[in-house]
Design a protein. Structure first.
Length: 449
């Protein structure tokens, strides 16, 4: 006799929906990640960093790890972008820029960035922002908790300083130390990577070599910080601050040309994410992790929240949003017009269940400025639900050559698989037949649900 070991069935709810579309609610708008402007590193901390880096340089030179004299004729490095997406993260991009270097030495509220704009800040104490603030978007704290935004070396170099073990969920000015990595390049310049997540720093030690693109940490909020972001600050061989961007209002001698392989535009509109949610997102108060309610599998009868997340949303632009059925027909589509500039923005629409009149894999598609991002989600399937919730009968059990499968619910059986102990499929019927032929199986297997 043959008993059954694993019966894996993919069930689909029968539906009588008529294809109507109902939007229950919608909303969204501006997201300002770093609301309070503070000096990322105060003067005392900055001088202490310079001192430690210099001490480490001398030690590494004595050990012939660094050259004792660096020729200024060596060209400066060309950087790649220092923040990348963890490949497992469900986004297209994970960042936007909140601040550049301030070129106006006066204060307060007297600022000018490399492009002659005001995407920077100063403080009443006389601090002029000295780096680039790259914040994570969407869901900054959620990204930090799940290591979804990686900090990578922007250029080849040698680690000349590290700080770790500092609290990383700061939301305001506090004069605490940050977690950071400092990398010296072949021309003697040094890049600072600050505010990293506690415990995320590379295991490599001071004096070890890192390659461009190598992961050196995770974006966090350690030190003087109001939310997760990377503070990227660069100094040349003579400890002169470098603004890595070439632009009309960057006249510093240390920055006569761009330090980027591909300098990003001042306004860089992009789609950061296209997602579906089971409930309305709650960004919560800093430093609480956002309640994302991310969901890609919806039971029949559920409403679905679709959402888009943009960086550098440009006024006067628009995007096309499409919800596509499993048969590739378009259930609904509309154009969203944007009237304001936002560093980060989010928009959502809640659709009732009557929109989703086909069970299976649906697609949410967003097209913006020639870029297309798609997100798949399942609707009306019970593939991930317990058989206890969808009773069915298998008889006779034990059986000889055939078994019969019946259910008394409003479901149909889409697919039947029979697996052996090694998870190899030995019977696979993609049909509506109720009778399953086991005559070709010669071993005894036991039944389980």
């Amino acid at each position: 006799m043959k008993n059954i070991i694993f019966l894996v069935a993919n069930f689909v709810l029968l539906s009588s929906l008529n294809g109507q579309e109902v939007i229950l609610n919608s909303g969204g708008g501006d997201y300002s990640a770093i609301k309070i402007k503070t000096e990322c590193v105060n003067d005392e901390q900055r001088q202490a960093i310079f001192n430690v880096i210099q001490e480490n340089r001398v030690d590494l030179e004595q050990r012939n790890i660094l050259q004792k004299s660096v020729q200024q004729l060596i060209p400066h490095p060309l950087f790649i972008w220092p923040v990348v997406k963890n490949p497992s993260a469900p986004y297209s991009n994970v960042w936007s820029i909140s601040n550049y270097v301030d070129h106006n030495p006066n204060y307060p509220n007297l600022v000018q960035d490399w492009a002659c704009g005001d995407r920077t800040y100063d403080t009443s104490s006389g601090y002029n922002h000295k780096g680039i603030d790259i914040y994570t978007w969407p869901f900054s704290w959620y990204q930090m908790d799940n290591d979804q935004a990686w900090v990578v070396a922007a250029a080849d170099g040698v680690i000349v300083g590290k700080n770790d073990g500092n609290f990383d969920r700061n939301c305001a000015f506090n004069s605490l130390n940050w977690n950071a990595v400092y990398i010296q390049h072949s021309d003697g310049s040094v890049a600072w990577y600050g505010h990293l997540k506690n415990g995320s720093l590379t295991s490599k030690s001071i004096g070890e070599f890192v390659q461009a693109g190598e992961k050196i940490g995770v974006v966090g909020s350690s030190g003087n910080s109001t939310g997760p972001h990377l503070h990227f600050e660069v100094y040349d061989l003579n400890n002169q601050l470098v603004d890595t961007y070439q632009g009309t209002c960057n006249t510093w001698s240390s920055s006569v040309d761009s330090w980027w392989i591909n300098q990003k535009p001042y306004q860089d509109p992009k789609i950061n994410a296209v997602l579906t949610h089971s409930q309305q997102i709650n960004f919560n108060n800093c430093p609480q992790t956002e309640s994302t309610y991310l969901n890609d599998n919806f039971a029949a009868g559920s409403s679905v929240i679709i959402a888009i997340y943009l960086a550098d949303q440009l006024p006067g632009t628009s995007g096309l949003i499409e919800i596509i059925r499993p048969d590739n027909s378009v259930a609904t589509s509309f154009t969203k017009t944007f009237t304001d500039f936002y560093y980060g923005s989010w928009w959502y629409w809640t659709y009732s269940s009557v929109t989703f009149n086909q069970p299976g894999v649906w697609k949410l598609r967003f097209t913006y400025l020639g870029n297309v991002v798609e997100h798949n989600f399942e609707y009306g399937t019970l593939a991930n639900q317990s058989f206890i919730d969808t009773p069915f009968q298998i008889y006779p059990n034990p059986t000889k050559d055939f078994i019969v499968i019946e259910n008394k619910n409003n479901i149909k059986i889409k697919e039947i698989k029979l697996l052996d102990l090694s998870a190899k499929t030995v019977v696979n019927y993609d049909s509506m037949e109720r009778k399953l032929d086991l005559s070709g199986l010669s071993w005894s297997i036991r039944a389980c649900d």
